[in-house]
Unconditional design. Structure first.
Length: 474
């Protein structure tokens, strides 16, 4: 071999970019099978490479299946999904997983839904964004079927990042998951979509196209969700918007909306909106309106104020599945979390009653994305002795604690314009001034996925009752 041959071999051994490597490996002479998609698209591949990545494909291509003896193999996925699947198997990534940007031109800065009206036709950007979400859901289904958990995790991270900047796509994700049918695991689609709908109400309801395109089963799923933070008037306006449709609505859609309106708790809508917006919509029967007015009248007679921001979910601690949590073990630290949607933005307030004080009792929040087995990270607690414990480490004493029978009201402010970068405050004496416990709480939310949930940290026997939780501001 002369020096020119040696140099040529050295050049061949250069680092090759993944996309170039894929194009080389999918050439005819390096491929021994053709994968045919459900829409007729054909993708060249190497049987051994596919089998090395997936045990399911190994059994299919080398086991006692008809595919083992065929060169052309039918795969029940669309061409774009099949192409992405092969890309991932060869390069550990896929073009479908690479971030693109979708800007929603219909966003507004109001805190309430605009009045329903005839909506414009969806834009090409809307269709492109929706297709991308649908394809990611299908790619996740393929990854699940072929036992590629790392691919599913990459899809989940991509969808999560996508929804952080485009929360209005949560509806498209929910729809895409529903379309996969009951035989396909849809946890990623449903969990991610509902998480963003619950925790970013104003962000997800600003694009009319995303709402009017929903199917009635998905709309019903949203209206009956017991963990959302949307108030009943927002839910009704969402339903009214959907009923209006792109073309002004049709009789079938309006009839369906009337049926779905039964899921709205009319008594939690203020009388002004009830007598105007709700009544004039024609979506609610007279009998239901009369029943709502009756509840409101009785509440007014009893000097009761029905909470407009009341959440539907039942207040309960995860540990006890009730509104009371106890720590029966002596000298054992136990962190108890409230069964509640993660708090990532807005202002929340909750109240705990110390029915029986432990030797050590702390109240505060736990960040779900930072907790470990011992709950050492992401927790911010305030003790009965007035000591502050960020991440379970004593930092300072404010000298103002609480006693048995105390009702401690905690307020977490995570608004973008919150003072001191977001605060956690406590009020122990009814009507007293709140005490600032921790600052820069928003940064804790922005640092990683997840959010805060109310928590109690108990050592030795004690009882803590959750009295209420409410969202004060979006």
């Amino acid at each position: 071999m002369d020096m020119s041959d040696e140099r040529m071999e050295q050049d061949d051994d250069e680092e090759v970019p993944c996309d170039k490597l894929l194009s080389v490996m999918l050439q005819d002479e390096l491929s021994d099978i053709t994968l045919k998609a459900s829409d007729g698209v054909e993708v060249l591949a190497c049987r051994a490479v596919l089998a090395a990545k997936s045990k399911v494909l190994r059994k299919m291509l080398y086991g006692n299946f008809v595919e083992a003896s065929h060169r052309t193999i039918q795969i029940g996925y669309e061409g774009v999904i099949l192409t992405a699947l092969v890309e991932y198997i060869y390069t550990d990534t896929a073009s479908l997983l690479k971030r693109t940007t979708h800007k929603n031109s219909n966003n507004n800065n109001n805190d309430t839904l605009p009045a329903p009206q005839q909506q414009p036709e969806p834009t090409e950007a809307y269709h492109a964004a929706t297709r991308r979400v649908q394809n990611l859901v299908k790619l996740n289904a393929a990854g699940t079927y072929f036992n590629l958990p790392r691919l599913c995790e990459k899809v989940r991270k991509e969808l999560s990042a996508w929804l952080k900047t485009n929360p209005e796509l949560s509806f498209a994700l929910l729809e895409a998951g529903k379309e996969q049918g009951p035989s396909v695991p849809n946890e990623i689609s449903f969990d991610l979509a509902l998480y963003h709908i619950r925790n970013n109400t104003q962000g997800v309801i600003k694009d009319p196209n995303m709402i009017v395109q929903l199917s009635s089963p998905v709309l019903e799923m949203i209206l009956t969700d017991q963990k959302h933070t949307m108030n009943e008037m927002d839910l009704f306006q969402l339903l009214q918007w959907w009923a209006q449709g792109i073309d002004g609505g049709d009789l079938d859609r309006i009839d369906t909306a009337r049926t779905l309106s039964q899921h709205i708790r009319l008594e939690l809508i203020d009388p002004v909106n009830l007598s105007t917006v709700v009544t004039e919509s024609g979506l609610v029967s007279e009998s239901r309106l009369c029943e709502a007015y009756k509840v409101l009248a009785l509440a007014a007679h009893a000097n009761m104020v029905l909470p407009k921001k009341q959440f539907r979910l039942e207040l309960k601690w995860l540990d006890s599945q009730s509104d009371v949590v106890t720590s029966p073990a002596v000298n054992t630290h136990e962190v108890k979390l409230l069964d509640y949607p993660e708090m990532t933005s807005g202002t929340f307030q909750w109240c705990c009653e110390l029915e029986e004080l432990c030797n050590y009792t702390w109240l505060g929040v736990q960040h779900t994305g930072m907790q470990d087995a011992n709950f050492d990270d992401g927790c911010f607690f305030y003790s009965h002795a007035g000591t502050l414990y960020p991440n379970r480490t004593s930092s300072s004493t404010i000298g103002f604690g609480f006693a048995p029978g105390s009702k401690v009201t905690l307020t977490l402010d995570l608004r973008a314009d919150a003072d001191q970068g977001g605060t956690l405050t406590a009020t122990v004496v009814e009507g007293g001034a709140p005490i600032t416990l921790f600052t820069n709480m928003r940064q804790e939310v922005l640092n990683c996925e997840g959010g805060f949930v109310p928590a109690a940290w108990l050592k030795s026997p004690g009882r803590v009752r959750i009295l209420f939780v409410k969202k004060l501001y979006d």
